[in-house]
Design a protein around this ligand. Structure first.
Ligand code: PFF
Length: 451
């Protein structure tokens, strides 16, 4: 049934639109919120170097693989595996993708809810930008109790409203404007970072790797971050590529997406860490780090409240372009595999995310003491989806495309049936056959202490 709706599938209207939408999915809280806190918790430079290596060696080849599968079969993850190898069970990867996407959607909506809280508080002047206010206490005040639940629900309702309208229209238009605007704003804040007393310390922390700090948990964290940030391993990029038209040069789109996505993460690091050292905040603060640090940064700018409102608003919108893409995974599954109407699929997916989101939001208040393996529900969902499910999905995809997909299929996808050249096919297949599976497998083994 996966390929039944091939002909009905829309395509992105323009090449720029397709790239902007893909980048829109990739760029979000993963770069601006998750990257700095993961890097801070895992030794800065050591994490950064592993992350960049994984983006290049695993992220780009897997993006290519997902793009080729999605565009070549015009299908969601289930249909893609099934079309390429009927009567085999590779599409099980799709179930991992659905579970991961709903878990991510749950905790992601909580953080996106914080962006709503922060933009509204900035606009109404209730966010204190004086450097004497402690970012931590302020964060606790704003996000304790039931407030984050309310904002999580508000965010999920916005997500729902967009989804019910379809993929290409609103999202394509929004991404075309939003992504460049977010880049500009980040670049401006980056320049401001140069003027901070803690600039050198922050930059050294982020870019000067201490190789002795590369531990199994740093490797697993960086791998999970690369997958999370590139929206890989769960079929999201596959689904988006199924909307690409034939003229899209998949190799270039993959490299452009990975480059822009990593740039945003690096920019976020360059914005956050000088401020962390300037204001004496611990880089290991965890998921709250960025929200604690940013108000201090805005306090140094003329018109801090305006900058802050604009920034959190853009971050909220960037989160929406990402949550819409992750919601598509379960929605297209229900529609194309189960034959449900889009409205029913959207309501059911959103309802599951709502329950997950509320539970995760309560992790910062009433459910704070409820832990599994020392992790609150929020952190558990984050850890399991990013560090286990996504790399596992990527492992299956790399083995599948590297070893089992006909080379002629790949060639025709990457050259548009011989219309243009693609010189990297051999290298790509080598990475998918050997580098990706071995690296992911070793990191998994390593992190359970087996080697
Ligand atoms: N890549 C997004 C980010 O960095 O914020 C998060 C994400 C989107 C993960 C879509 C997974 C996904 F399917």
């Amino acid at each position: 049934m996966g390929s039944k709706s091939v002909k009905e599938r829309a395509v992105f209207a323009t090449k720029f639109g397709a790239i902007a939408t893909t980048v829109g999915s990739a760029v979000g809280l993963g770069n601006i919120w998750r990257f700095p806190y993961e890097a801070g918790a895992h030794g800065g430079g050591a994490f950064m170097i592993c992350y960049i290596a994984f983006v290049l060696l695993i992220g780009v080849p897997l993006l290519c693989a997902e793009f080729a599968m999605g565009r070549g079969t015009h299908s969601n993850i289930f249909g893609a595996y099934r079309t390429l190898k009927p009567r085999q069970n590779w599409h099980i990867a799709g179930y991992i993708g659905i579970v991961a996407s709903l878990m991510i959607l749950s905790f992601y909506s909580v953080v996106a809810g914080w962006t709503v809280e922060y933009s509204i508080s900035s606009a109404f002047g209730t966010l204190d930008f004086s450097s004497t206010a402690t970012g931590h206490n302020q964060f606790l005040e704003l996000t304790s109790g039931w407030r984050p639940v309310m904002w999580t629900v508000v965010f999920l309702l916005c997500n729902f409203a967009i989804l019910i309208g379809g993929v290409t229209k609103g999202i394509e238009r929004a991404s075309n404007i939003l992504m460049p605007l977010l880049f500009l704003l980040l670049a401006a804040f980056c320049v401001n970072s140069f003027t901070m007393p803690g600039f050198n310390e922050g930059i050294t922390f982020l870019f000067n790797p201490d190789f002795s700090k590369i531990t199994p948990s740093v490797l697993l964290g960086a791998l999970g971050q690369a997958f999370f940030s590139l929206s890989l391993g769960l079929g999201c990029m596959m689904t988006y590529a199924s909307y690409f038209n034939n003229r899209n040069r998949l190799g270039r789109t993959a490299v452009t997406t990975a480059f822009l996505d990593s740039m945003v993460a690096v920019l976020a690091g360059v914005i956050i860490f000088p401020a962390v050292f300037t204001f004496g905040i611990s880089p290991e603060a965890g998921p709250t780090l960025v929200f604690e640090v940013l108000p201090y940064i805005f306090s140094r700018l003329a018109g801090g409240g305006v900058w802050s409102t604009l920034f959190f608003l853009l971050l909220f919108l960037a989160s929406l372009t990402s949550t819409v893409s992750m919601s598509e995974i379960s929605i297209t599954y229900f529609c194309e595999e189960k034959g449900w109407s889009r409205a029913k699929a959207t309501v059911v997916s959103s309802a599951i995310a709502l329950v997950g989101g509320v539970l995760c939001a309560l992790s910062f208040g009433p459910l704070g003491d409820f832990t599994v393996g020392g992790l609150t529900l929020f952190s558990l969902f984050d850890y399991v989806s990013s560090n286990i499910c996504l790399p596992a999905g990527g492992l299956i995809c790399s083995i599948f495309v590297g070893w089992f997909v006909d080379r002629r299929f790949l060639k025709s996808e990457f050259t548009d049936n011989g219309l243009f050249r693609f010189r990297m096919l051999k290298l790509l297949v080598f990475c998918l056959r050997w580098v990706c599976p071995i690296a992911i497998f070793l990191i998994f083994l390593n992190s359970v202490g087996a080697i």
